[in-house]
Design a protein around this ligand. Structure first.
Ligand code: PBG
Length: 329
Protein backbone atom coordinates (compact mmCIF):
# COMPACT_ATOMS: atom_id res chain seq x y z
CA UNK A 1 0.00 0.00 0.00
CA UNK A 2 1.33 3.38 -0.99
CA UNK A 3 0.98 6.89 0.35
CA UNK A 4 -1.45 8.32 1.41
CA UNK A 5 -2.77 5.05 2.90
CA UNK A 6 0.65 4.20 4.26
CA UNK A 7 2.22 6.95 6.35
CA UNK A 8 5.34 5.74 8.12
CA UNK A 9 5.39 8.86 10.26
CA UNK A 10 2.33 7.62 12.20
CA UNK A 11 4.55 5.43 14.35
CA UNK A 12 7.00 8.25 15.08
CA UNK A 13 4.52 10.58 16.72
CA UNK A 14 5.52 10.27 20.40
CA UNK A 15 8.40 8.82 22.37
CA UNK A 16 6.04 6.18 23.77
CA UNK A 17 5.09 5.13 20.24
CA UNK A 18 8.71 5.12 19.05
CA UNK A 19 9.75 3.11 22.06
CA UNK A 20 7.05 0.52 21.35
CA UNK A 21 8.24 -0.17 17.82
CA UNK A 22 11.99 0.18 18.43
CA UNK A 23 13.94 -2.70 16.87
CA UNK A 24 17.29 -2.43 18.60
CA UNK A 25 18.09 -1.79 22.25
CA UNK A 26 21.13 -0.85 24.28
CA UNK A 27 21.48 -2.35 27.75
CA UNK A 28 24.22 -1.65 30.30
CA UNK A 29 24.57 -5.41 30.85
CA UNK A 30 25.74 -5.81 27.24
CA UNK A 31 28.54 -3.26 27.66
CA UNK A 32 32.11 -4.15 28.61
CA UNK A 33 34.44 -1.56 30.11
CA UNK A 34 38.22 -1.74 29.45
CA UNK A 35 40.62 -1.06 32.34
CA UNK A 36 44.36 -0.36 32.05
CA UNK A 37 46.03 -1.62 35.20
CA UNK A 38 49.44 -0.38 36.26
CA UNK A 39 51.77 -0.97 39.22
CA UNK A 40 51.69 1.12 42.38
CA UNK A 41 49.04 2.36 44.74
CA UNK A 42 46.70 5.29 44.46
CA UNK A 43 47.73 5.75 40.80
CA UNK A 44 45.22 7.41 38.48
CA UNK A 45 47.15 8.66 35.48
CA UNK A 46 45.08 10.31 32.75
CA UNK A 47 45.57 9.22 29.12
CA UNK A 48 46.04 12.43 27.14
CA UNK A 49 44.37 11.20 23.97
CA UNK A 50 41.46 9.51 25.76
CA UNK A 51 39.57 11.94 28.02
CA UNK A 52 38.11 10.13 31.04
CA UNK A 53 40.38 7.08 30.66
CA UNK A 54 43.22 6.36 33.09
CA UNK A 55 46.04 4.02 33.94
CA UNK A 56 44.91 2.69 37.30
CA UNK A 57 46.72 0.86 40.06
CA UNK A 58 44.86 -2.20 41.37
CA UNK A 59 43.26 -0.33 44.30
CA UNK A 60 41.99 2.41 41.98
CA UNK A 61 40.84 -0.11 39.39
CA UNK A 62 38.86 -1.81 42.15
CA UNK A 63 36.91 1.40 42.76
CA UNK A 64 36.23 1.69 39.06
CA UNK A 65 35.02 -1.92 38.95
CA UNK A 66 32.66 -1.30 41.87
CA UNK A 67 31.26 1.69 40.02
CA UNK A 68 30.67 -0.55 37.01
CA UNK A 69 28.68 -2.97 39.18
CA UNK A 70 26.54 -0.10 40.47
CA UNK A 71 25.86 0.98 36.89
CA UNK A 72 24.81 -2.53 35.83
CA UNK A 73 27.65 -2.93 33.34
CA UNK A 74 28.15 -6.47 32.06
CA UNK A 75 31.87 -6.93 32.21
CA UNK A 76 35.43 -5.65 32.32
CA UNK A 77 38.23 -6.14 29.83
CA UNK A 78 41.57 -6.06 31.61
CA UNK A 79 44.85 -4.82 30.13
CA UNK A 80 48.12 -4.60 32.04
CA UNK A 81 51.09 -2.27 32.07
CA UNK A 82 53.99 -4.20 33.59
CA UNK A 83 56.73 -2.54 35.67
CA UNK A 84 59.30 -3.89 33.22
CA UNK A 85 59.24 -5.04 29.62
CA UNK A 86 61.56 -7.47 27.86
CA UNK A 87 62.07 -9.16 24.49
CA UNK A 88 59.84 -12.13 25.33
CA UNK A 89 57.11 -10.29 27.24
CA UNK A 90 57.65 -12.39 30.35
CA UNK A 91 55.45 -10.02 32.37
CA UNK A 92 52.43 -11.36 30.49
CA UNK A 93 52.74 -14.86 31.93
CA UNK A 94 54.43 -14.12 35.24
CA UNK A 95 52.70 -15.72 38.22
CA UNK A 96 52.60 -12.29 39.90
CA UNK A 97 51.96 -10.39 36.64
CA UNK A 98 49.98 -7.19 36.90
CA UNK A 99 46.70 -8.56 35.51
CA UNK A 100 47.12 -11.83 37.43
CA UNK A 101 47.37 -9.83 40.66
CA UNK A 102 44.44 -7.64 39.71
CA UNK A 103 42.29 -10.69 38.98
CA UNK A 104 43.11 -12.28 42.32
CA UNK A 105 42.21 -9.05 44.11
CA UNK A 106 39.00 -8.62 42.10
CA UNK A 107 37.98 -12.23 42.63
CA UNK A 108 38.42 -11.86 46.38
CA UNK A 109 35.91 -8.99 46.31
CA UNK A 110 32.46 -10.61 46.20
CA UNK A 111 30.91 -7.24 45.35
CA UNK A 112 32.33 -7.75 41.83
CA UNK A 113 30.67 -11.14 41.28
CA UNK A 114 28.18 -9.61 38.86
CA UNK A 115 30.90 -8.58 36.40
CA UNK A 116 32.28 -10.89 33.74
CA UNK A 117 36.01 -10.35 34.15
CA UNK A 118 37.70 -10.76 30.79
CA UNK A 119 41.48 -10.87 30.40
CA UNK A 120 42.94 -9.63 27.12
CA UNK A 121 45.78 -11.86 25.96
CA UNK A 122 48.55 -10.27 23.95
CA UNK A 123 52.26 -9.69 24.36
CA UNK A 124 52.48 -6.14 22.99
CA UNK A 125 52.06 -4.41 26.35
CA UNK A 126 54.83 -6.61 27.77
CA UNK A 127 57.46 -6.70 25.04
CA UNK A 128 60.23 -4.10 24.85
CA UNK A 129 59.73 -3.92 21.06
CA UNK A 130 55.93 -3.48 21.36
CA UNK A 131 54.99 -6.30 18.99
CA UNK A 132 52.34 -8.91 19.78
CA UNK A 133 54.71 -11.88 19.55
CA UNK A 134 58.34 -12.97 19.38
CA UNK A 135 60.35 -10.67 17.13
CA UNK A 136 63.32 -11.42 14.92
CA UNK A 137 65.11 -8.50 13.33
CA UNK A 138 67.04 -8.90 10.11
CA UNK A 139 68.62 -5.59 9.11
CA UNK A 140 65.74 -3.14 8.97
CA UNK A 141 63.20 -5.93 8.49
CA UNK A 142 61.39 -7.03 11.64
CA UNK A 143 59.41 -10.26 11.61
CA UNK A 144 56.97 -11.46 14.25
CA UNK A 145 57.39 -15.23 14.55
CA UNK A 146 54.07 -17.02 14.57
CA UNK A 147 54.87 -20.48 15.93
CA UNK A 148 57.44 -19.31 18.46
CA UNK A 149 54.85 -16.91 19.89
CA UNK A 150 52.21 -19.59 20.48
CA UNK A 151 53.69 -21.21 23.61
CA UNK A 152 54.11 -17.79 25.24
CA UNK A 153 50.55 -16.77 24.42
CA UNK A 154 49.22 -20.14 25.60
CA UNK A 155 51.13 -19.79 28.84
CA UNK A 156 49.68 -16.30 29.32
CA UNK A 157 46.14 -17.58 28.74
CA UNK A 158 46.55 -20.43 31.23
CA UNK A 159 48.12 -18.15 33.81
CA UNK A 160 45.29 -15.59 33.55
CA UNK A 161 42.64 -18.31 33.66
CA UNK A 162 44.25 -19.76 36.80
CA UNK A 163 44.31 -16.29 38.35
CA UNK A 164 40.53 -16.25 37.96
CA UNK A 165 39.68 -14.67 34.60
CA UNK A 166 36.09 -15.52 33.62
CA UNK A 167 36.93 -15.25 29.92
CA UNK A 168 40.22 -15.28 27.98
CA UNK A 169 40.34 -12.87 25.03
CA UNK A 170 43.25 -13.33 22.60
CA UNK A 171 43.95 -10.19 20.55
CA UNK A 172 47.36 -11.06 19.10
CA UNK A 173 46.24 -12.44 15.68
CA UNK A 174 48.78 -15.28 15.49
CA UNK A 175 47.54 -18.28 13.51
CA UNK A 176 46.69 -21.25 15.71
CA UNK A 177 46.54 -19.35 18.96
CA UNK A 178 43.02 -20.35 19.95
CA UNK A 179 43.88 -24.06 19.78
CA UNK A 180 47.17 -23.49 21.63
CA UNK A 181 45.39 -21.55 24.38
CA UNK A 182 42.59 -24.12 24.67
CA UNK A 183 45.15 -26.90 25.15
CA UNK A 184 47.13 -24.96 27.75
CA UNK A 185 44.03 -23.87 29.64
CA UNK A 186 42.65 -27.43 29.71
CA UNK A 187 45.99 -28.77 30.91
CA UNK A 188 45.91 -26.14 33.68
CA UNK A 189 42.49 -27.37 34.83
CA UNK A 190 40.66 -24.40 33.32
CA UNK A 191 38.55 -26.35 30.83
CA UNK A 192 35.50 -24.38 31.99
CA UNK A 193 36.92 -20.98 31.04
CA UNK A 194 35.65 -19.73 27.68
CA UNK A 195 37.73 -18.11 24.94
CA UNK A 196 36.47 -14.94 23.32
CA UNK A 197 38.54 -14.62 20.20
CA UNK A 198 39.25 -11.29 18.57
CA UNK A 199 38.62 -13.30 15.44
CA UNK A 200 38.66 -10.50 12.91
CA UNK A 201 41.01 -7.79 14.04
CA UNK A 202 42.06 -5.31 11.41
CA UNK A 203 45.39 -3.44 11.30
CA UNK A 204 43.79 -0.10 12.09
CA UNK A 205 44.85 3.50 12.53
CA UNK A 206 42.07 3.72 15.11
CA UNK A 207 44.19 1.90 17.72
CA UNK A 208 46.45 4.96 18.01
CA UNK A 209 45.26 6.30 21.36
CA UNK A 210 45.24 2.81 22.92
CA UNK A 211 48.93 2.52 22.27
CA UNK A 212 49.42 5.53 24.50
CA UNK A 213 47.13 4.04 27.16
CA UNK A 214 48.82 0.63 27.06
CA UNK A 215 52.28 1.92 26.14
CA UNK A 216 52.35 -0.65 23.34
CA UNK A 217 53.36 1.13 20.13
CA UNK A 218 55.71 -1.04 18.04
CA UNK A 219 59.27 0.32 18.18
CA UNK A 220 59.98 -0.80 14.60
CA UNK A 221 57.59 -1.67 11.79
CA UNK A 222 53.84 -2.04 12.20
CA UNK A 223 51.25 -4.75 12.75
CA UNK A 224 50.22 -5.31 9.14
CA UNK A 225 52.11 -8.60 8.99
CA UNK A 226 49.69 -10.19 11.47
CA UNK A 227 46.57 -8.04 11.82
CA UNK A 228 44.13 -8.09 8.91
CA UNK A 229 44.03 -5.85 5.87
CA UNK A 230 41.06 -3.51 6.23
CA UNK A 231 40.02 -4.21 2.65
CA UNK A 232 39.16 -7.87 3.21
CA UNK A 233 35.75 -9.14 4.30
CA UNK A 234 36.01 -12.67 2.87
CA UNK A 235 39.30 -13.16 4.66
CA UNK A 236 37.60 -12.00 7.86
CA UNK A 237 35.12 -14.85 7.46
CA UNK A 238 38.00 -17.31 7.05
CA UNK A 239 39.66 -15.95 10.21
CA UNK A 240 36.44 -16.51 12.13
CA UNK A 241 35.90 -19.98 10.67
CA UNK A 242 39.39 -20.94 11.75
CA UNK A 243 38.92 -19.68 15.30
CA UNK A 244 35.58 -21.45 15.61
CA UNK A 245 37.21 -24.69 14.43
CA UNK A 246 39.98 -24.21 17.02
CA UNK A 247 37.45 -23.90 19.83
CA UNK A 248 36.50 -20.24 20.24
CA UNK A 249 33.36 -19.84 22.38
CA UNK A 250 32.61 -16.21 21.50
CA UNK A 251 33.74 -13.80 18.82
CA UNK A 252 34.86 -10.20 18.96
CA UNK A 253 35.14 -7.92 15.93
CA UNK A 254 37.47 -4.95 15.93
CA UNK A 255 37.32 -2.01 15.26
CA UNK A 256 33.53 -1.60 15.27
CA UNK A 257 32.31 1.62 13.65
CA UNK A 258 34.42 1.53 10.47
CA UNK A 259 33.69 -2.22 10.03
CA UNK A 260 29.92 -2.50 10.56
CA UNK A 261 29.54 -4.46 7.32
CA UNK A 262 31.97 -7.08 8.61
CA UNK A 263 30.00 -7.38 11.85
CA UNK A 264 26.80 -7.86 9.86
CA UNK A 265 28.40 -10.51 7.64
CA UNK A 266 29.76 -12.36 10.68
CA UNK A 267 26.38 -12.24 12.41
CA UNK A 268 24.64 -13.74 9.41
CA UNK A 269 27.16 -16.50 8.94
CA UNK A 270 28.06 -17.66 12.46
CA UNK A 271 25.91 -18.60 15.43
CA UNK A 272 28.41 -17.92 18.23
CA UNK A 273 27.82 -14.99 20.57
CA UNK A 274 29.28 -12.00 18.78
CA UNK A 275 30.58 -8.73 20.14
CA UNK A 276 32.42 -5.72 18.78
CA UNK A 277 35.11 -3.45 20.19
CA UNK A 278 34.52 0.27 19.75
CA UNK A 279 38.22 1.07 19.87
CA UNK A 280 40.20 3.95 21.29
CA UNK A 281 40.28 6.00 18.08
CA UNK A 282 36.51 5.80 17.69
CA UNK A 283 36.18 7.10 21.24
CA UNK A 284 38.81 9.82 20.93
CA UNK A 285 37.44 11.04 17.62
CA UNK A 286 34.01 11.60 19.14
CA UNK A 287 35.56 13.24 22.20
CA UNK A 288 37.49 15.65 20.03
CA UNK A 289 34.20 16.73 18.46
CA UNK A 290 32.48 16.97 21.88
CA UNK A 291 35.25 19.22 23.14
CA UNK A 292 34.73 21.57 20.24
CA UNK A 293 31.00 21.56 20.76
CA UNK A 294 30.53 20.10 17.28
CA UNK A 295 28.47 17.08 18.33
CA UNK A 296 25.90 16.50 21.04
CA UNK A 297 27.75 14.26 23.46
CA UNK A 298 24.99 11.99 24.74
CA UNK A 299 23.19 11.56 21.45
CA UNK A 300 26.30 10.93 19.35
CA UNK A 301 27.63 8.45 21.90
CA UNK A 302 24.42 6.42 22.05
CA UNK A 303 24.00 6.54 18.29
CA UNK A 304 27.51 5.19 17.76
CA UNK A 305 26.74 2.28 20.12
CA UNK A 306 23.29 1.61 18.70
CA UNK A 307 24.75 1.32 15.19
CA UNK A 308 27.10 -1.39 16.40
CA UNK A 309 24.19 -3.28 17.98
CA UNK A 310 22.07 -2.87 14.86
CA UNK A 311 24.90 -4.24 12.72
CA UNK A 312 24.62 -7.44 14.75
CA UNK A 313 26.88 -7.27 17.80
CA UNK A 314 25.21 -8.54 20.97
CA UNK A 315 27.74 -6.94 23.27
CA UNK A 316 30.11 -4.00 22.91
CA UNK A 317 33.48 -3.28 24.45
CA UNK A 318 33.54 0.50 24.82
CA UNK A 319 35.26 3.27 26.75
CA UNK A 320 31.81 4.90 26.87
CA UNK A 321 30.41 2.01 28.96
CA UNK A 322 30.03 4.02 32.17
CA UNK A 323 28.71 7.16 30.47
CA UNK A 324 26.26 5.16 28.37
CA UNK A 325 25.10 3.08 31.34
CA UNK A 326 24.38 6.26 33.27
CA UNK A 327 22.16 7.51 30.46
CA UNK A 328 20.44 4.17 29.92
CA UNK A 329 19.99 3.84 33.69
C1 PBG B 1 46.60 -5.55 21.81
C2 PBG B 1 45.39 -4.74 21.65
C3 PBG B 1 45.22 -3.53 20.96
C4 PBG B 1 43.91 -3.13 21.19
C5 PBG B 1 43.32 -4.11 21.97
N1 PBG B 1 44.25 -5.10 22.23
C6 PBG B 1 46.17 -2.68 20.23
C7 PBG B 1 46.80 -3.12 18.99
O1 PBG B 1 46.50 -4.16 18.42
O2 PBG B 1 47.67 -2.38 18.57
C8 PBG B 1 43.29 -1.87 20.67
C9 PBG B 1 42.18 -1.35 21.50
C10 PBG B 1 41.83 0.07 21.26
O3 PBG B 1 42.34 0.73 20.33
O4 PBG B 1 41.00 0.57 22.01
N2 PBG B 1 47.08 -6.20 20.71
Amino acid sequence: MQFPVTRLRRLRSTEAMRSLVRETHLRPSALIYPLFICPGEGVRKPIGSMPGVFNLSIDEAMKEAEECVALGIGGLLLFGLPAEKDELGTGAYAEDGIVQRALRAFKANRALDGLVQIADVCLCEYTSHGHCGVLTVDGDHAHVENDASLPLLARTAASLARAGADVIAPSDMMDGRVAAMRDAMDAAGCEGTPIMSYAAKFASAFYGPFREAADSAPQVGDRRGYQMDGANIREAMREIEQDVAEGADMLLMKPAGPYLDVIRAARERFDLPLGAYQVSGEYSMLHAAFERGWLDRDRAMLESLLSIRRAGAEFIVTYFAKDAARLLG
